[in-house]
Design a binder for this molecule. Structure first.
Ligand code: PMP
Length: 445
């Protein structure tokens, strides 16, 4: 591979921005497929961690980007106004229900940025300023971003270098498959929160709770029914703002428009990223004017509200509506989940299959009784799948959960192709046909 794209990357791109599972060097993409440097076509079940929501090269994205870049309305909303950014904000408000009026649900504003990291960062910095409450509540295992403020309210193992937000209080994200506390896991976590509120963390000192409606990087955990609603009710009682981080699992991915709808939540603040940009850098946070207008010149970025990104975001929203992608993800997700459950009948390595729509996790264990995480097998599985033409990554605090967040417009045929490849890859891992070398070559996370 001397002089290959793979080798050149190794020589020049910083390791601190890599999470690599196998040698994937991409030269192009079309629909649900990536083309690698050898010209191979790979079915992408990750959609670049969910960012390529419409797949690669979708005509609506190509048209919007081409049109906007040819006659750009400036490059920013920092010190000027542009039509695509304002229209995108209007459209996001129209599709995102606000909190009920009795909670003070007044006017809302939209903040535009480039990534889930910067959107959560803007929000977490604005909340203490607007509310006068210094504490933030979030979950162990949460991933809200990789830059200072958003990393500091996260709790993923990749954040272990961060000392955390001053005033951060974290609780376990109740995991029905791997409960962290005795008794009903949802009730136990809420009981622990009540104990915190009664002791070291007076609720009136907490500005907001950050929620992932499915904890994705933490292990694609779907919370027990009713847990998040009870959490929201508790927070509302104490005037704590509820932030729903929809960056990975929202916007038509969960078989409906928003992941918080599956939990019957009415969040005060909603954060979008990844899929909103259809593969381009774009994020948004919607929240009460009291927070988002608290001051000016505070969460500013030179190219935020970029007209090209905003036009692409509008094209993504239009395509979600025109192609009824929430129904599509519900149907394709059911097919993929059913196929994975059949594979679980064949391979004891699969301990659990869970998710909503096209957000699916498959947890691998060495033993279904002890649930010992099958970390090495998971790394080998994604490596072997890549060799066989399928791209998927793994997540989880134990690095043992396969994550599937494919393009929202994945076809039935592509679902079946993915399942065929997975079947073969599981067989190869279980039969010991994948070398241990992959475990040292690719650190993953
Ligand atoms: N929120 C969630 C729920 C995420 O999964 C991620 C990324 N994994 C982020 C925020 C940060 O998004 P980005 O990496 O695009 O900044």
């Amino acid at each position: 591979m001397a002089g290959s794209l793979y080798e050149r990357d190794l020589a020049v791109i910083a390791g601190i921005e890599k999470v690599r599972f196998f040698p994937l060097a991409v030269t192009g993409g079309s629909g649900s497929y990536l083309i690698d440097e050898s010209g191979r076509k790979l079915l992408d079940l990750s959609a670049t961690w969910g960012a390529a929501s419409l797949g690669y090269g979708h005509p609506a994205v190509v048209e919007a980007a081409t049109r906007a870049v040819a006659n750009p309305a400036g490059a920013s909303i920092l010190s000027s106004i542009n039509e695509p950014a304002v229209a995108l904000a209007e459209e996001l408000l129209a599709i995102t229900p606000g909190p009920p009026a009795h909670t003070g649900g007044g006017e809302r504003r939209v903040w535009l940025g480039h990534s889930g990291s910067d959107a959560n960062d803007a929000v977490v910095r604005a909340i203490p300023l607007a509310t006068g409450r210094p504490r933030i509540l979030s979950f162990i295992g949460a991933y809200h971003g990789g830059i200072s403020g958003s990393a500091a309210i996260s709790g993923h193992s990749s954040h272990s270098h961060s000392l955390g937000h001053a005033g951060l209080v974290q609780i376990p994200y109740p995991d029905p498959y791997r409960p962290q506390m005795a008794g009903d896991i949802g009730e136990s976590v809420l009981g622990y929160l009540d104990y915190l509120f009664a002791t070291v963390c007076p609720p009136e000192s907490v500005g907001a709770v950050f929620i992932e409606p499915i904890q994705s990087d933490g292990g694609l955990i779907v919370p027990p029914p009713g847990f998040l609603k009870s959490l929201q009710d508790r927070c509302r009682r104490h005037g704590i703002l509820v932030v729903s981080d929809e960056v990975k699992v929202g916007l038509a991915r969960p078989g409906m428009m928003h992941a918080f709808q599956a939990e019957d939540l009415t969040p005060d603040i909603v954060v979008f990223g990844k899929g909103l940009g259809g593969g381009l850098p774009l994020s948004a946070a919607i929240g009460p004017a009291e927070v988002m207008d608290v001051t000016t010149a505070f969460a500013i970025e030179t190219t935020a509200g970029n007209a090209v990104s905003a036009e692409v975001g509008r094209a993504v929203l239009r395509t979600i509506r025109e192609e009824d992608l929430p129904s599509q993800t519900a149907e394709r997700g059911a097919r993929l989940m059913e196929g994975l459950r059949q594979l679980a009948n064949k391979y004891a390595l699969i301990g659990d299959v869970r998710g909503r729509g096209l957000t699916i996790g498959t947890e691998l264990v060495r033993d279904r009784e002890t649930k010992e995480p099958a970390k090495a097998e998971t790394a080998k599985l994604v490596y072997r799948a890549h060799e066989l033409g399928l791209v998927l990554f793994y997540v989880g605090l134990n690095s043992n959960v396969l994550e599937m967040t494919p393009p929202l417009n994945l076809s039935d045929g592509e679902v079946d192709q993915a399942l065929d490849i997975l079947d073969q890859a599981f067989g190869d891992v279980v039969e010991g046909r994948v070398s241990d070398d992959v475990l040292t070559e690719f650190a993953g996370w």
